[in-house]
Design a binder for this molecule. Structure first.
Ligand SMILES: NC(=O)c1ccc[n+]([C@@H]2O[C@H](COP(=O)([O-])OP(=O)(O)OC[C@H]3O[C@@H](n4cnc5c(N)ncnc54)[C@H](OP(=O)(O)O)[C@@H]3O)[C@@H](O)[C@H]2O)c1
Length: 240
């Protein structure tokens, strides 16, 4: 079974795990629709993907805005699989939580996926799938990351309910550990490398993740007809 001839909407496909997923889908002969907020990043990803395979269409949307998600999904033709990697964490102690920023992080990580599932379900065929990306903090907490932990855990719970409500559509989550992506682009190279090295030293696999490590599992979940309501950890052993 391959993705040959199928179409996948990758929300967050302009960067990191989403872009790696789009490339993996293309490698298996699938068509890709890319969504994200920033047009320039989308165009750069489109350019790269067009050079590798089928023509890619891009859509600029902020998936935290329910009307925008609804409008995008009304506009799109039917597709076979939905993947969303959109969202980012929020760091800080609960005792001094910056409520506005923390709510925004929850919107990006959790509510965006509620909106996507709500409006995408009718576009997806019986054999289709939804795969959402959560994160290790949803399984194993860390001080100063309570909002991110809660948002990731909420995504993990959401896919289980969606797997029941949207059946026979399959709905799963992938929970990545530390993955070297553009998400850390605002750090200096030195600080980033030091963080990766510290993390790698604690992991049984001895390295941090690559976006391709996660993309491989996402495409497996898209293809395997007997997996639904699952949360698959891709974390190099971080939760052991
Ligand atoms: N990298 C890690 O170490 C790690 C670890 C655990 C969990 N995760 C989770 O994995 C997911 C992907 O991470 P990544 O490292 O691949 O991040 P990334 O490289 O920063 O990519 C995030 C993608 O999502 C898009 N996006 C973000 N907010 C959006 C919004 N509101 N509407 C539409 N698109 C949006 C971004 O494009 P625009 O900014 O242009 O919109 C970008 O394409 C995130 O949910 C992250 O929390 C990552």
């Amino acid at each position: 079974m391959t993705l040959q001839g199928t179409t996948t909407l990758v929300v967050g496909g302009s960067s990191g795990i989403g872009l790696a997923t789009a490339l993996a889908v293309q490698l298996q002969g699938g068509h890709v629709l890319l969504a994200g907020r920033d047009q320039e990043r989308l165009r750069a990803a489109q350019f790269r993907l067009n050079a590798e395979g089928n023509e890619v269409h891009i859509f600029s949307v902020d998936v935290t805005a329910e009307p925008d998600v609804r409008d995008l999904l009304l506009l799109l033709p039917r597709f076979d699989h939905l993947v969303s990697t959109a969202g980012a964490g929020w760091s800080g102690q609960i005792s001094s939580v910056h409520t506005h920023a923390a709510r925004a992080a929850f919107d990006g990580k959790f509510w965006s996926k509620v909106f996507l599932a709500k409006y995408a379900a009718s576009k997806l065929p019986t054999g289709g799938s939804i795969t959402f990306v959560s994160g290790t903090l949803g399984e194993r907490p860390a001080g100063g990351a309570g909002i991110t932990s809660a948002a990731n855990a909420a995504v993990n719970a959401l896919v289980k309910t969606l797997a029941l409500e949207l059946a026979p559509l399959r709905v799963n989550a992938v929970s990545p550990g530390l993955i070297a992506t553009e998400a850390y682009a605002s750090m200096t190279a030195e600080a980033r490398d030091a963080m990766y090295q510290r993390a790698a030293a604690t992991l049984p696999v001895g390295r941090v993740g690559r976006p391709e490590d996660v993309a491989q599992v996402i495409t497996m979940l898209m293809l395997n007809p007997f997996v639904t309501g699952s949360v698959v950890s891709v974390n190099g052993g971080a939760t052991l």
